[in-house]
Design a protein around this ligand. Structure first.
Ligand SMILES: CC(C)(COP(=O)(O)OP(=O)(O)OC[C@H]1O[C@@H](n2cnc3c(N)ncnc32)[C@H](O)[C@@H]1OP(=O)(O)O)[C@@H](O)C(=O)NCCC(=O)NCCS
Length: 180
């Protein structure tokens, strides 16, 4: 798929991807996840870890905004999604795009891939997002997620001395979407 300035390819992650995405994990919105957790998830059947790559970032032909890593190539991740599933109900645990690659359609490509490949047969995708995370909320709504509720004071404060933050529950259901 092509989105923004990127030709984006989405695929299941491998252990080789984790060191490349480790540098983005210092995310104040979701501080609990570390590289070792992603590696564990790779070998756990209930989990899915997928990455989006810049399909055109080969050799000297890197596109604008490609992640600045040594020897960037078509396998260099631009973003990833981590899910846990039970009975075709999938919880999106983590979605993160490299800061240099944002606003290029990477997250949208990851969600579209999940909707087409993971939750397509009567499956559903569920997630929580900080009420103040306007970028993520706009992304999910653009991708067809609908509000299902609020978990009051669910998240730790983003700053020391700050207030706990509500979580917005969002869901996407393949059957409902296909009937519309
Ligand atoms: C939220 C995040 C995943 C978006 O990734 P992205 O690759 O930049 O998003 P996309 O380029 O695919 O954007 C798709 C749509 O999402 C919305 N969106 C994305 N970033 C936005 C922003 N900063 N402000 C407003 N809307 C935004 C827009 O509707 C956009 O469509 P448009 O470009 O046609 O306007 C990214 O900013 C990120 O990694 N943030 C930190 C981690 C995070 O918050 N994860 C989600 C936790 S639940």
């Amino acid at each position: 798929m092509t989105a923004g300035s990127h030709a984006i390819e989405v695929r299941p992650a491998t252990a080789r991807d984790v060191p490349l995405i480790e540098g983005w994990l210092n995310d104040p919105g979701n501080p609990l996840w570390q590289a070792k957790d992603l590696l564990q998830a790779l070998s756990a059947p209930a989990y899915q870890l997928i990455v989006a790559c810049d399909a055109r970032a080969t050799g000297n032909n890197k596109v604008e905004n490609a992640v600045p890593v040594e020897q960037a190539n078509a396998q260099t991740p631009l973003g990833f999604a981590l899910l846990r599933g039970v009975d075709n109900e999938w919880n999106l645990l983590y979605l993160l795009v490299a800061p240099a690659a944002r606003r290029s359609g990477v997250a949208e490509a990851l969600l579209q891939w999940l909707q087409s490949n993971i939750a397509h047969e009567a499956g559903s995708l569920l997630l929580e997002v900080r009420c103040g995370n306007q970028a993520a909320t706009a992304l999910y709504k653009k991708c067809g997620f609908v509000e299902q509720g609020v978990r009051p004071r669910y998240y730790e404060p983003l700053q020391v001395g700050g207030q706990r933050e509500d979580a917005l529950l969002l869901g996407w259901n393949a059957v409902k979407l296909n009937k519309n």
